[in-house]
Design a protein around this ligand. Structure first.
Ligand code: URA
Length: 250
């Protein structure tokens, strides 16, 4: 990972597309170990060399950590013959291979589910957030087909708290859901559900057990990371230093 082209490094460091970066190089403001570099294919040792752009030293980031506000109608996979994928939505700056490896998804959302999707090149973080052993909390905003009375809400809350049995669906095994928390919202058919695992169609299947149906689903939180309300559907941004610190990433 230590030898990279200067145009790739600058693009990954936020200086725009490869074309923007070539223009930047032609201005003569980029130096590597004190010498001006104008060639886009100049190779840099990212572990040893000092790259300065317009007087400021670049700190190379090994891994990329992104949050996306996934819109409905887009699939959480790298390729799909029919639908757009979340990778099609990413700006090229994020989309190509980064220094630390391939950019991949931390978990998935169904095609019709919206909201928080994390992407990274850091396989260790992916393991920490997706391993069932770690019980990472995921919170979803849920709108149900049928409105509920206060009594019914209490019944749902109790059932979700106490290991709900979810039957087999298609080829997916039946499972006993870990204790989950429901917080009812002001509308009689809206709630926040927090679960601690990520089985196939889990939220939809849990409500189906109680004879209801999820008509809108949006993930709003995963572990310590909350969906940024300023992120429009389809937009992605890097995690902030505070968000990374909360995930124990240096
Ligand atoms: N549960 C679901 O049913 N769908 C999702 O996309 C996420 C959780």
């Amino acid at each position: 990972m230590s030898i990279e082209r200067i145009d790739k490094l600058l693009a990954l460091s936020g200086f725009g597309s490869r074309k923007d970066v070539r223009k930047l190089l032609h201005t003569g403001t980029v130096t590597v170990d004190g010498a001006v570099v104008t060639a886009a294919d100049f190779h840099v040792n990212t572990e040893k060399s000092q790259v300065i752009v317009d007087g400021e030293e670049l700190a190379f980031q090994k891994h990329v950590y992104l949050m996306m506000n996934k819109p409905a109608g887009v699939v959480s996979s790298t390729k799909d013959g029919v639908h757009k994928t979340v990778f099609d939505l990413l700006e090229t700056e994020f989309a190509h291979r980064t220094l630390g490896g391939d950019l991949h998804l931390i978990g998935r959302l169904d095609i019709d589910t919206e909201g928080l999707l994390l992407l990274t090149t850091d396989g260790n973080l992916t393991h920490r957030l997706t391993s069932p052993k770690h019980n990472i909390a995921k919170t979803y905003f849920v709108r149900l087909r049928d409105s509920l009375s206060d009594e019914e809400k209490a019944e749902y809350t109790e059932k979700f708290k106490n290991s709900l049995e979810v039957p087999r669906e298609h080829n997916e095994e039946a499972f006993t859901a870990k204790s989950a928390e429901l917080v009812w919202q002001s509308s009689p058919n809206e709630c926040l559900l927090t679960i601690y695992e990520g089985k196939y169609h889990q939220v939809k299947r849990m409500f189906k057990v109680l004879g209801n149906e999820v008509v809108y689903l949006k993930r709003v939180k995963e572990g310590t990371i909350e969906l940024d309300p300023n992120l429009q559907p389809g937009e992605a941004r890097e995690l902030t230093p505070a968000e990374k610190a909360a995930l124990n990433i240096q």
